[in-house]
Design a protein around this ligand. Structure first.
Ligand SMILES: [Zn+2]
Length: 246
């Protein structure tokens, strides 16, 4: 007879689920955790106080605004250690006034970290730029690429005169960088910094997947420009030379 102290059930009690610690690597991530341990040991061996210093501060001189493409890792390309470059990445390295994420990164980099340089870094063979060149794309990615697609229409006359589709794509990657630097130069965070005399230089760079080299598109800006004239001059200089990837 049941004494009422325990619930009556016909189903057998299932065995408890094995507890998986969130700190233990699932199989798929095993190699990453192994690599991480090796890396941390190597950093400690080369500089015993490396992590102590990182914990106490970060004072990067650079903000990198690049593409999310896995082949363009910011720190590695320019040989900078953790703590030396602040990074924002998105598809096709865009600076959008309505992108709160990007705007917050830029504002924090300028106002709190006092970075001296902001680099917009495009790359040849960018899938986002190629998709925008091909025309309207459905879905969220297509929505995200609308601005790049618009730039494609702004420069349509000169782009359409390029017979080689690869050269046209290279040129579009370069144009996108210049247009993004132009957008950057108009942001309130940037203009306010220049107006209060804070040293800040903007750069437009492009990376070659095929040779691992970074090229300067010659679009550096260190003061509030007369934006339209600056943009015109930057574009004129770009069209005056062959794409750097050729
Ligand atoms: Zn890309």
């Amino acid at each position: 007879m049941h004494d009422g102290s325990k619930p009556v059930t016909d189903a057998p009690t299932p065995p408890p689920e094995p507890f998986v610690s969130p700190w233990e690597a699932p199989d798929e991530l095993g190699a990453l955790f192994d690599n991480n341990r090796v890396w941390a040991q190597r950093m400690r061996r080369s500089d015993a106080r490396f992590f102590d210093r990182l914990v106490s501060q970060q004072s990067p001189r650079y903000l990198w605004i690049g593409c999310s493409d896995s082949r363009v890792p910011a720190n590695e390309i320019v040989g900078l250690a953790p703590g030396e470059v602040f990074v924002h990445r998105n598809v096709a390295n865009q600076v959008l006034a309505a992108d709160l994420n990007c705007q917050a990164v830029i504002a924090y980099a300028i106002e709190n970290l006092h970075v001296r340089h902001i680099m917009v870094v495009g790359h040849y063979g960018c899938g986002g730029v190629r998709a925008a060149l091909a025309g309207p794309t459905d879905g969220l990615v297509g929505h995200w690429l609308q601005q790049v697609e618009l730039f494609r229409h702004v420069h349509a006359r000169r782009l359409n005169a390029i017979a080689d589709p690869e050269e046209m794509a290279d040129r579009m990657c370069e144009l996108n960088v210049i247009e993004q630097v132009s957008q950057l130069s108009r942001l309130p965070s940037v203009i306010t910094a220049w107006d209060r005399g804070q040293p800040l230089t903007l750069h437009g760079l492009i990376y070659g997947l095929h040779d691992g080299l970074l090229r300067n598109l010659g679009t550096s800006l260190d003061r509030r420009p007369e934006t339209l004239n600056w943009r015109k001059a930057a574009l004129r200089a770009l069209w005056a030379r062959p794409p750097a990837n050729r």
